[in-house]
Write a protein that binds this ligand. Structure first.
Ligand code: PLP
Length: 327
């Protein structure tokens, strides 16, 4: 309960949620949260709308629950519902409004209101994966969609995986009161609590103010690393990858320039980088169907600043190299 209270306080204050501590359910991460939501809210064959591209880790539980996945395009303002006029009626709509995964845009207020309106009209649930909301370096972050929800249809999910570390295996759902009991029962059937050794420590870390201090300090560190990465990309990757800045997050996207795309696709580019010891997943891995854009995910957050320029230089070498023997 101490952890649920600390999370509720954090979410009300910093993410604009409307919630009480007893609506917070501790889970092992966003994926377990989606697993519970999909089992409870969907019958097999019902449609789940998902962003395309999107996080495969959240599609797995939907598929396992028998959902029919309906991929919807995103643009600069996030999920584009105007293209969903003839999409099958959704039971669940899954979004990353704070920082779209993997492309990084923030869903606009107009789109958020349209999404809530559409969900009301379709009598659908919304699964809000508030991924990366903590890592914002420029501009004011928008409050969570959940805070705008007047009729209890948003299941809000957060996780400490990206904000502290993934092996902690602690995340949380914030669930509308009307479905709280079934969610708590479903959680209890999956396994015992996530570690009761770690939970009290995390509760103290939050309630004693260390988490807020850590976020403030780490934001400066990651922001500086992103600036380094952007400068290094301008220096080494011109003509190979276009790397736009991002107001937040832990990675940048390097879009293949037309010149590079004539020579290879992003999977080949990723293989070549891996051969030189650089791990940059291809954007194609995140699409359902034909990838619309070719790019590489450039994670910079875990690299010390001094290591970023040499890594970009090595990536450029991998992409410049003439075609070698195929793996
Ligand atoms: C879009 C997105 N949501 C959520 C998560 C976190 O998932 P979990 O909490 O299950 O570790 C990730 C981790 O990579 C992610 O990329």
């Amino acid at each position: 309960m101490a952890l649920r209270r600390a999370i509720a306080d954090y979410l009300r204050l910093l993410r604009g949620l409307r919630c009480e501590a007893d609506q917070v359910i501790i889970v092992s991460g966003t994926r377990q949260g989606m697993d519970i939501a999909a089992r409870l809210l969907l019958d097999p064959g019902e449609a789940a709308w998902v962003e395309n591209p999107g996080f495969p880790g959240l599609r797995g539980p939907l598929i396992a629950a028998g959902a029919r996945l309906v991929p919807l395009a995103v643009d600069d303002e996030g999920l584009d519902l105007s293209r969903a006029a003839r999409a099958p009626r959704p039971r669940l709509i899954c979004v990353t409004p704070s920082h779209q995964f993997p492309l990084g845009m923030t869903m606009s207020i107009a789109r958020r209101l349209a999404l809530l309106e559409r969900a009301r009209a379709e009598n659908a649930w919304i699964f809000e994966d508030d991924y990366d909301s903590e890592w914002r370096y420029r501009g004011r972050p928008l409050a969570a969609l959940q805070g705008l929800d007047g009729d209890g249809r948003v299941i809000y999910a957060g996780s400490f995986s990206k904000v502290l570390f993934g092996s902690l295996r602690i995340g949380y759902l914030v669930v509308p009161p009307a479905v709280l009991e079934p969610f708590l029962r479903a959680r209890a059937t999956l396994d015992d609590q996530p570690s009761l050794v770690a939970q009290p420590a995390l509760a103290a870390f939050l309630s004693e103010g260390h988490f807020a201090a850590y976020l403030r300090r780490q934001r400066r560190v990651y922001r500086a690393r992103q600036e380094r990465a952007l400068a290094a990309a301008r220096r080494h990757l011109a003509g190979l990858l276009d790397v736009p800045p991002d107001p937040g997050g832990l990675h940048l996207i390097g879009y293949l320039t037309p010149g590079l795309a004539r020579r290879m696709d992003d999977r080949e580019a990723s293989r070549r980088a891996a051969a030189l010891g650089i791990a940059v997943p291809p954007l194609s891995d995140y699409w359902i169907g034909r990838p619309r854009r070719q790019g590489l995910m450039l994670g910079y957050a875990t690299l010390p600043e001094a290591a970023i320029d040499p890594a970009m230089e090595r990536l450029a070498r991998a992409l410049q190299a003439r075609a070698g023997p195929q793996a």
